[in-house]
Write a protein that binds this ligand. Sequence first.
Ligand code: SF4
Ligand code: SF4
Length: 191
Amino acid sequence: MPAGAAVRDRVTAMSPGEQLCRACGLCCDGTLFHHVKLGAGDDPRALRANGMNLLASRARPPIRRLPQPCAALCADRSCRIYARRPTQCRTFECRVFQDLTAGRITAQAAMLLVRRARRWADRARQLLRRLGGGDEHRPLSERFLRARRRAESGEADATARETCADLSLVMHRLHLLAHEKFHTRPGTPES
Ligand code: SF4
Ligand code: SF4
């Protein structure tokens, strides 16, 4: 969603912010968010025509959302529908991105934060895979809550409970880092 992601497709002369987003993608892959909310200026039909699956609430008019992990996120962390991405994707900037572009932190410090967050998110997914579930298409925190419920249900064996304990620790660290460094303060665009 990032204005940061806004720039992911340009491969030449990338600014430090562009390079950061290209190395990150955490606001598109289900690590930081569950969905992108569509706004009045977004065209659901055009998004569907581009292969995007949208969710709609029962409200009238319905609130439409683009679920994460986003189907438009490519392996190289670029956005497949960059030119037609939703408004929220165009405007969102995480705090790391904001701090970098405002000169409050160096490119190196920003990249270290992104790498740390990605490392923990990768580790969490690895542990989730060990626990089974087959729900890779769901947001990370939702997968974690499901896995924890299974582990606490009494059906899990000792190994699974231990894996779930490791997962809880990784998710706790990831949530703290996301809260402190990635989520925006009230009043700033958020998804
Ligand atoms: S989380 Fe921040 S740094 Fe990462 S892609 Fe999104 S805007 Fe860019
Ligand atoms: S459409 Fe998907 S991949 Fe593209 S910027 Fe938005 S959330 Fe990220």
